[in-house]
Design a protein around this ligand. Structure first.
Ligand code: ADP
Ligand code: MG
Ligand code: ZN
Length: 491
């Protein structure tokens, strides 16, 4: 029997990424944005939406948004303004969210990233400021099965930047690479804390079109994009989650189409623990929100902010500079610019010691050991001076590189002791020349067989003798020096 012809399908994805901006206080009131164990303690009449309370805009949030705008090459308009987005939900005490509508603070930007060694650019339609709602805790189940739900308004009013991309992604792995790059840039700008719970939340829109509609350069006509039925997947909170949710959703839609069923235009919820997306509601439309101007906030002139606000060197530029200035391999430059803190630390070490030594120590030794322990540089930021001291011990030849790496660094990370103490307690100070010389002579005297083998031209004999000397010196001699000394002594 002939098999039904499978249709060739392609995936289209666009993102709405909600980024919590790092400011000390909330976007429209003076409450702290610092999280708290105690629910509903970081609140005031403004963020609780009490009648008569008036919002006052936090300039820090605007500054952070302008920084992002510069970093993604967006247009920042002369003036920006706020709107009310009306909807009822228990985490939203005012029954509207203050957000931006027709004049968002960033428009028409782009972000370049690498996926599978390919450079890709995704358009950023807009990025707008808004307030975060409170958070709901579903008790005894998930959103649709919980017995009851608690609400905590500590988060309500945390500044958010919602970054909306063009539907430029063609696969789930591109999304993951994009998010990693976006986080990197946000971190470099100092406007974002990736360690914070829920600091990056993603809604992903996905549709499936005929493969023939996609041009060689990935272009798809606007009318095709508009007419494609798409779903919006909510509740994604990590890069990996995004990739999984979208891979699942792509397959679900493809299956439906292959079976001749239409894809419903709807909002779906990513259920992380079950690894599936579930239908929540039919997709709401813009007109449902009854957007209108927020009359309690005047329009904001931002014409000169863009000139006034500086941004630091961004990861791509820094990577390029590292490659040239320090003569690093692509791999080392990538590792050393993976976060701003790593890059800053590398440059700090490289300014005092040899750049090669600094690169080995930061990119290979430190990051390697941290990675092995599932730690990040942020976990040791209060100990970077100690790590620098360890590099100094190596640079000044006080201990061998091997001991520094395999004993001192590991002990430092495991026990929290400082490098000088460890080196001293473990007796790792490089043995003085006299003692090494003595050990060489002893090894020769105690091992006549090996000496004979050496003279008979047997290659392994010298290694055996080096091993003997290393043992006698507790590993603190330099194996290269020992080899040299032995040969001199044996001739
Ligand atoms: P809406 O009015 O529904 O919010 P927008 O045009 O503002 O629609 O787009 C919202 C998001 O949907 C954007 O991230 C955009 O990239 C994405 N999007 C638009 N068209 C498609 C499509 N055909 N497939 C997947 N995502 C899409
Ligand atoms: Mg939208
Ligand atoms: Zn408040």
């Amino acid at each position: 029997m002939a098999q039904a012809q499978e249709r060739e399908l392609a995936v289209v994805i666009g993102l709405e990424v909600h980024v919590q901006l790092e400011t000390a206080t909330k976007i429209f009131c003076g409450c702290s944005t610092e999280g708290s164990e105690e629910p509903n303690t970081r609140t005031c009449p403004v963020c609780l939406g009490l009648p008569g309370a008036l919002p006052v805009l936090n300039e820090g949030a605007v500054e952070a948004a302008v920084k992002v705008g510069k970093a993604i090459n967006a247009d920042v308009p002369e003036r920006t303004r706020f709107h009310r987005k009306n909807y009822y939900y228990p985490d939203l005490p005012k029954n509207f969210q203050i957000t931006q509508y027709d004049a968002p603070i960033c428009q028409d930007g782009e972000l370049e990233f690498t996926v599978e060694s390919q450079r890709r650019t995704v358009g950023i339609e807009r990025a707008h400021l808004e307030e975060d709602p409170g958070s709901l805790q579903h008790k005894g189940g998930s959103i649709d099965t919980a017995e009851y739900t608690l609400v905590d308004y500590n988060r309500a009013g945390t500044p958010l930047l919602e970054i909306v991309t063009e539907p430029d992604f063609r696969a789930a792995d591109e999304v993951r690479a994009f998010l990693a790059k976006l986080e990197e840039v946000l971190e470099y700008l100092g406007v974002f804390d990736p360690e914070r719970d829920g600091s990056l939340r993603i809604d992903a829109n996905l549709s499936v079109v005929e493969a023939g509609e996609v041009g060689d350069d990935g272009h798809i006509d606007d009318d095709i994009l508009e007419s494609a039925n798409r779903t919006e997947v909510k509740n994604i909170s990590s890069h990996k989650g995004a990739e999984k949710a979208l891979a699942y959703e792509a397959q679900r839609q493809k299956n439906a189409i292959q079976r001749g069923r239409a894809v419903e235009q709807e909002t779906r919820h990513w259920d992380e623990s079950r690894g599936i997306t579930v239908s929540m509601r039919s997709k709401e439309e813009e007109k449902d929100y009854r957007y209108f101007r927020e009359a309690d906030l005047p329009p904001l002139e931002v014409a000169d902010w863009k000139e006034r606000i500086d941004i630091p060197e961004l990861p791509d530029a820094r990577r390029e500079r590292f490659r040239e200035e320090y003569d690093l391999s692509d791999e080392a430059a990538d590792k050393l610019t993976s976060t701003k803190q790593v890059a800053d630390f590398f440059e700090d070490v490289a300014s005092e010691f040899d750049a090669n030594l600094a690169a080995t120590w930061v990119a290979d030794n430190l990051l390697g050991e941290l990675n092995y322990r599932d730690m990040a540089i942020t976990d040791v930021d209060h100990r970077l001076d100690e790590i620098k001291r360890l590099v100094e011990l190596v640079a000044t030849d006080e201990i061998t590189a091997k001991n520094a790496r395999e004993t001192v660094l590991r002990d430092m990370l495991d026990d929290g002791t400082d490098p000088d103490t460890i080196a001293e307690e473990e007796g790792l100070g490089k043995t003085d020349e006299g003692a090494v010389q003595q050990a060489v002579e002893d090894a020769i005297e105690e091992n006549p067989d090996a000496v004979e083998d050496y003279h008979a031209g047997e290659g392994g004999a010298i290694n055996f003798l080096v091993g003997q000397v290393m043992q006698k010196t507790g590993g603190s001699a330099d194996p290269g020096d020992v080899n040299q000394l032995l040969r001199e002594e044996l001739e």
